[in-house]
Design a protein around this ligand. Structure first.
Ligand code: ADP
Ligand code: MG
Length: 470
């Protein structure tokens, strides 16, 4: 096959194969298969190598995430190469794709099942599940842990060309899978009202299917499903071990994919780990693009809190409260939302300012799990080790500066990282009064901005306490 290539390109191909192998080893099979496998060597021209890929989306993604590494690997193979250009393959014009990033957002919340929202679905209306008006792209906060899933969802929603089919989004509970599926549906409905978008949970799919069997009406069921232009199926793991539903779903999937209809599926784990799912279905699900949503990191949690505080009327909640929540509630976004709702409800009902104290008391039960991980004793041990003193000295009555500063730091961290009250903390530090604890906290708060060394000590301690592997 390479016989017809010019000699220079030909040996470029050998280099490219080696680079591909390196990238595959570095990034892992899944990432490589999703993003870099489609990349072809187009030409080497002087100090620049050009690689081509079929869609603008992939081009942009590779250019912003991998081009640097690719260029470095090329430079190692061919010292004259200075840069790597990622291009869209000639002959694959992608009409409409340019509109992706400026594509108008879906309409604001519409009441569930209102005539306006569903009229165009005609026969599909009663088959699908209702869409949540809040679950739009506009309300989805993007961060490191979900940007890939978000980008892929936008891509699928933004154009009629099919970038990947099916798109499979997976991740743990409460991380935004349903939100993204609904956002895709809103976006397409808003832009192209004529396109038939069908969203339903796998559970509903099964229920409808069983109904159809009972009513001896499976032909109509199949036809209605297959008349969708875009099919979004949520929580596919629900049909694990449900053999006949899987069989039916596989037929639907094959029919839609054959007709180049976009299919998006969500699940709680990667296709290969869907135990109790038929192999053919697993490989169909993995055959497009599979992207995972990871638990939100601290920065994203804080971003989501800030974004959601406004509509709840608590945008003026102090920064320390937001930071406290972002640090404490790490499990998923739904939990974060629930915490904010409770704080907002508390503030609205009882009035008064939102403080770290009120937050901790309102969320006491939520924080208990966390407490198990970071105890005051643990904090004392770490702080003592950090400052090279005996932990017992933190609870002693000694007032020498070498123990006073660490004691203040430990009390401050106890307040920040546990939901213990001031009197409880005081008790753990040699039965001190809560006003002493309060003083210690204020002292550290005052000093941190002025004393970079102290600030760093506190940060380092906090991080080591919060990281269970540390
Ligand atoms: P899943 O389907 O993965 O279990 P959901 O999509 O139902 O999770 O999300 C749970 C809640 O968290 C929803 O209220 C959703 O709006 C919200 N949520 C999740 N991720 C985000 C995000 N990145 N930005 C804003 N809200 C989010
Ligand atoms: Mg869901």
């Amino acid at each position: 096959m390479t016989d017809s290539l010019p000699p220079q390109a030909q040996d470029g191909h050998d280099a490219w194969e080696r680079i591909r192998a390196r990238l595959r080893a570095e990034l892992g099979e899944a990432t490589f298969a999703s993003w870099l496998a489609p990349l072809d060597l187009v030409e080497i021209d002087g100090d620049q190598v050009t690689l081509g890929v079929g869609t603008r989306f992939l081009r942009d993604w590779i250019a912003s995430h991998y081009a640097h590494r690719i260029a470095a690997l090329w430079a190692a193979e061919r010292p004259q190469i200075q840069s790597a250009r990622i291009a869209i393959h000639a002959g694959q014009p992608l009409a409409g794709e340019d509109e992706l990033h400026t594509a108008s957002q879906p309409p604001p919340a519409r009441p569930r099942g209102s005539a306006g929202a569903r009229a165009h679905d005609g026969v599909l209306a009663d088959l699908g599940s209702p869409l949540n008006g809040r679950f739009t792209f506009r309300e989805f906060v993007v961060g490191e842990t979900n940007e890939l899933a978000h980008a892929a969802a936008q891509q699928v929603a933004g154009i009629d060309h099919l970038p990947f089919n099916p798109l499979y989004l997976y991740g743990g509970v409460g991380l935004g899978k349903t939100h993204l599926l609904h956002a895709i549906a809103w976006c397409i409905r808003g832009r192209e009202p004529g396109r038939r978008v069908l969203y339903l949970s796998a559970e509903r799919f099964m229920y409808q299917f069983i109904q159809a069997i009972r009513q001896k009406d499976t032909v109509a069921f199949k036809e209605r499903l297959r008349s969708a232009d875009v099919l979004l199926i949520d929580d596919i793991q629900f049909i694990c071990d449900k053999e006949s539903t899987q069989e039916e779903f596989l037929h639907t999937l094959n029919a839609l994919l054959d007709h180049r209809c976009q299919v998006v599926v969500s699940g709680d784990r990667s296709p290969s780990r869907l135990d109790g799912m038929e192999e053919r279905l697993k490989s169909r699900l993995a055959g497009g693009l599979a992207v995972d949503i990871m638990p939100a990191n601290y920065v994203l949690r804080l971003g989501i809190l800030r974004e959601k505080a406004g509509p709840l009327g608590i945008a003026d909640a102090p920064r320390e409260v937001m930071e406290f929540l972002a640090r404490q509630i790490t499990s998923n976004v739904r939990e974060l939302e629930m915490a904010l709702h409770r704080i907002a409800a508390h503030a609205a009902l009882l009035g008064g300012a939102i403080t770290l104290e009120t937050t901790q008391s309102v969320l006491r039960d939520v924080l208990i799990a966390k407490e198990r991980r970071i105890t005051i004793e643990e904090i004392q041990r770490r702080v003592a080790a950090h400052y090279n003193i005996n932990p017992a000295e933190l609870s002693s009555s000694r007032r020498a500066q070498v123990v006073v500063r660490p004691r203040h730091v430990a009390m401050y961290l106890a307040k920040q990282l546990t939901s213990r009250s001031l009197p409880e903390i005081g008790r753990k530090f040699g039965k001190r009064d809560h006003t002493t604890v309060m003083y210690a906290i204020r002292r550290i708060e005052e000093l941190r901005p002025k004393d970079p060394a102290l600030d760093e000590d506190v940060e380092q301690l906090r991080r080591s306490l919060e990281d269970p592997n540390d």
